[in-house]
Design a binder for this molecule. Structure first.
Ligand code: AKB
Length: 339
């Protein structure tokens, strides 16, 4: 009898960490965690199995198909936007070919099980590309189907994988002689910048927010790589996990689209600075914009429209800007570095 499991790729990453801790505490699912690095020790007790391996290793993925009934895939593994610009072809391999491997795994599992496997895919505001800062400032809340001309490899990868998800959901092998009965149930969120009190992101371009906060809490000086007036949408990790799980649980008939924006609040880098200085008055923070990273952030929306997520599956963040800093980030980060 094959065990029913939830597969989490990129298990050691920021979202993986938050998701596995949350699901593990609830003890509601058997988790198979997959990451290129060994899984962190504190996540291991939550997992049925922790596999150190690569999403490009098709033999490994084949063994997973044979060994388990995978009911839900949270495909979180990805090379983020800044890191991807240093080695775009590697990023393409991991972000696109890796996703393709997981989609194929999902479709195989669906046909074994006789019903569509749920495939949860976190996309990003990096899927957008505003041509100028002036346009960004004039555009207000950006809707899912506007400004889809990303300027980064990561953004192109995310947007393309959204389309692959749509293909596997509706059109997979549409000319095959035998009709493919069970394709996948693809569900995608476009996340804003994420901030966790537990983990610090690596390789992203929205990282200035979390980096500033974690540096200040540790008493380490920080040079912010964007201008003070830079605005991006952000969300704290508990809301990111909530949105992923809410979307996973939503009845399929309610979902009118495959890709949903979600967001919580849209501070400038200067707003971040003020929150951080209020909590850590001795923090040494300077603004030293990096021209190329600034250009990337200037191409991302200052705010996104998440009305479709609200309408179709009742999305509502628990944390606005004030609550995020006062009740989650500052107290949890203080405690983290005090220990
Ligand atoms: C990044 O900066 O690459 C990510 C993202 C916005 O998706 N945090």
């Amino acid at each position: 009898m094959r065990k029913e499991v939830v597969l989490v790729t990129g298990a050691n990453g920021e979202i993986g960490h938050g998701l596995i801790s949350y699901l593990g505490e609830k003890q509601a699912s058997r988790i198979i965690a997959l990451d290129v690095q060994p899984l962190e020790d504190n996540l291991k007790p939550y997992c049925e199995r922790a596999i150190q391996g690569d999403i490009l290793d098709t033999m490994l993925l084949g063994r997973l198909v044979a060994d388990y009934d995978i009911r839900i895939i949270f495909h979180l593994a990805s090379i983020l936007s800044t890191k991807a610009e240093y080695n775009p072809e590697t990023a393409h391999r991991v972000n696109v070919e890796g996703t393709l491997n997981l989609l194929k795994l999902a479709v195989e599992q669906s046909s074994w099980q006789g019903k569509p496997v749920k495939f949860l895919y976190p996309s990003s505001i990096a899927a957008y590309g505003l041509p100028t800062l002036e346009k960004k400032n004039q555009s207000g809340k950006i809707k899912e189907y506007d400004w889809n001309s990303p300027i980064t490899m990561y953004g192109c990868n995310k947007l393309y994988c959204e389309h692959l998800g749509r293909y596997y959901n509706f059109y997979y092998r549409q000319l095959a002689v035998d009709e493919v009965k069970h394709t996948i149930d693809f569900r995608c969120l476009r996340f804003p910048g994420l901030i966790s009190s537990v983990t610090v992101p690596t390789g992203g371009t929205s990282d200035y927010g979390p980096e500033m906060l974690h540096a200040a809490a540790q008493g380490v000086p920080y040079n912010c790589f964007v201008r003070p007036d830079t605005r991006l949408p952000f969300m704290v990790m508990p809301d990111a996990i909530k949105s992923l799980l809410q979307l996973a649980e939503a009845p399929q008939e309610n979902l009118k689209q495959l890709v949903y924006n979600v967001t919580s609040f849209s501070p400038t880098a200067e707003d971040f600075f003020h929150h951080v200085k209020k909590a850590f008055p001795d923090a040494e923070i300077n603004f030293k914009p990096h021209i190329a990273r600034q250009r990337i952030v200037d191409s991302w929306p200052g705010d996104v429209e998440d009305a479709a997520a609200k309408r179709d599956w009742g999305w509502k963040p628990d944390y606005d800007e004030k609550r995020a800093f006062e009740e989650y980030l500052i107290p949890c980060i203080r405690q983290r570095y005090a220990n």
